[in-house]
Design a protein around this ligand. Structure first.
Ligand code: PGA
Length: 254
């Protein structure tokens, strides 16, 4: 089953809308049409920069896709400070990250909340990028597989067979995020294989399911991850803030 690789830049809480325009512009001019043919490239700016980045993408007919980093699961309501999925859909976001480990760790997001978000994102015509991954303590205790399996089951519960083909799962070991210490590609591949198997056991064929690796992905290590059979892309934090580095990651084949 041919799965088109998907490489997404998670800009986290970096870049004002002015800096965001400069970054997406630079990235757009660095990437060539053939790069977009081979790899789906997504940028996930902070909420305050979404409109500016969307305007640039549309105005320049760029093939870069837009994503958001989070959302609420209700379509509207008295939730001060939150952003609803229809607001993101109207900004032509194609993807929304759900359950990034920083959301789980610092903002108390559980699998149940992530699951509600994933369903709401689909219900609004967008695709969730659902993040899972173990802590260092869990890895050292040999609990990686059982923990990740539980996260996958909880976060993807109740999705339809079609949604399970469409969803993107990002496997991001917490100890590898922003630490410069990436997982071994073969270890990451093993966990990604387990994720595919788990999703498959929930609802049929997940041959089309795309699974990203995330955690200290850089131009120098992306090729080794992409060579693994269960890794279909990357969720990139730090290295997505430099257009040149991110473009090199998208062009990992060269
Ligand atoms: P990093 O972040 O590439 O800076 O390790 C990855 C992520 O948090 O998605």
């Amino acid at each position: 089953m041919a799965r088109k690789p998907i490489i997404a830049g998670n800009w986290k809480m970096y870049k004002t809308h002015l800096e965001a325009i400069a970054l997406v512009q630079k990235l757009h001019y660095l990437l060539r049409p053939e790069d977009h043919d081979k790899v789906e490239t997504v940028v996930c700016p902070p909420f305050t920069a979404l409109r500016a980045v969307q305007t640039f993408i549309e105005g320049d007919n760029s093939s870069i896709e837009l994503g958001a980093q989070n959302c609420h699961w209700e379509n509207e309501g008295a939730y001060t400070g939150e952003i609803a999925p229809p607001m993101l859909a109207r900004l032509k976001c194609r993807y929304v990250i759900a359950g990034h480990s920083e959301r789980r760790q610092y903002f108390g997001e559980t699998d149940e909340i992530v699951n509600k978000k994933a369903k709401a994102i689909f219900a609004n015509g967008m695709t969730p990028i659902v993040c899972v991954g173990e802590s260092l303590e869990q890895r050292d205790a040999g609990e990686t597989e059982s923990f990740v399996e539980q996260q996958v089951r909880g976060s993807l519960a109740g999705l339809t067979a079609d949604q399970l083909k469409e969803v993107v799962v990002a496997y991001e070991p917490i100890w590898a995020i922003g630490t410069g210490r990436n997982a071994q590609p073969s270890d990451a591949n093993q966990v990604c294989g387990l994720i595919r198997k788990t999703a498959g056991s929930m609802k049929g064929d997940t041959g089309a399911l795309r699974i990203q690796y995330g955690g200290s992905v850089k131009p120098g290590n992306i090729k080794d991850f992409m060579a693994e059979d269960n890794i279909d892309g990357a969720l990139v934090g730090g290295a997505s803030l430099e257009a040149e580095d991110f473009a090199l990651i998208v062009r990992y084949r060269e």
